[in-house]
Design a protein around this ligand. Structure first.
Ligand SMILES: Nc1ncnc2c1ncn2[C@@H]1O[C@H](COP(=O)(O)OP(=O)(O)OP(=O)(O)O)[C@@H](O)[C@H]1O
Length: 262
């Protein structure tokens, strides 16, 4: 029997204020161990879909379940618990530059460490785990350096270690390689895929480079104008098929949907 999806989105509709729907009937599942690439041109709704999974989007219809919780109807305290189970990685890394690499990773444990002093309040178990994670992402030798002294690729590895420090059930990575050179992009995506495959933690990663999605993902979900236009295993797709997501000349025409039920 297939394990239940850790994320299950059905018919999701989102509108900001009185504006138009920016997500219009979106379905999405994330299962244990898969790396899913989220594609779509600028403004298609990728970040909004990710924000819906952490309760930061104004949902106007449909359902969003994250690790078994209904995100459309969650008390604030429970919402914090769900957010703690979602590891997040961002384009701009979002590290605290003046703090050490190790302290940045430790902040991933803040939700279960209680009120503490960043300078010395973490337990030795937390510190041991943070060092193990830094070792895993290949940055242990930089543990005492200020985060801002690292290269972009190294900072993104620290951000991934920080996300893992949370012991996340899922990982969301919103354009994590948009600021990195091609070699670093492959390295960071390889690391995220390893987390999906080896740790079983599903990773949803938004990308703008088709070749990276085709090389590193197991499945592609493609948005156009807030609707899912592509949803299929990556092995069934190629760049020409995915170009439908970026075909602005035919914006007013109905595009053919690509999915694994086709
Ligand atoms: N806070 C907000 N208030 C109003 N409109 C918003 C807000 N955030 C996003 N939008 C609008 O929602 C639509 C989808 O934006 P979103 O950022 O989700 O797209 P995206 O696919 O992630 O784009 P990009 O690839 O440029 O990051 C856009 O039209 C955008 O202008």
């Amino acid at each position: 029997m297939t394990a239940p999806a850790l994320v299950s989105v059905r018919g999701l509709r989102v509108a900001y204020g009185d504006g138009p729907l920016v997500l219009d009937g979106v379905d999405l599942d994330l299962h244990t161990g898969e790396m899913v690439a989220l594609l779509g041109s600028s403004g298609s709704g990728k970040s909004t879909l990710m924000r819906s999974l952490t309760g930061f989007a104004p949902i106007s219809g449909g359902s969003v379940h994250v690790v078994g919780h209904d995100m459309t109807n969650l008390p604030r305290r429970r919402l914090r618990t769900v957010r703690a189970s979602v590891g997040q990685v961002f384009q701009q890394f979002n590290l605290v530059g003046r703090l050490s690499v190790l302290t940045n990773v430790l902040t991933g444990a803040l939700h279960d460490a209680g009120p503490i002093n960043l300078a010395g309040g973490f337990s030795s178990a937390h510190r041991r785990r943070a060092m193990e994670l830094l070792d895993r992402v290949g940055i242990a030798h930089k543990a005492t350096d200020q985060a801002r002294s690292l290269s972009g690729g190294q900072q993104q590895r620290v951000a991934i270690a920080r996300a893992l420090m949370q012991r996340p059930r899922i990982v969301l990575a919103d354009e994590p390689v948009a600021s990195l050179d091609p070699r670093m992009s492959h390295a960071v995506l390889g690391l995220l895929r390893e987390i999906a495959h080896d740790d079983g933690i599903p990773v949803l990663v938004s990308l703008h480079v088709l070749a990276l999605a085709l090389e590193h993902s197991d499945r592609v979900v493609g948005l156009r104008h807030g609707q899912v236009l592509v949803s299929a295993p990556t092995a069934q797709l190629d760049a020409a098929t995915l170009n439908v997501l970026y075909d602005h000349e035919n914006d007013n025409e109905e595009a053919t949907r690509v999915d694994d039920h086709a």
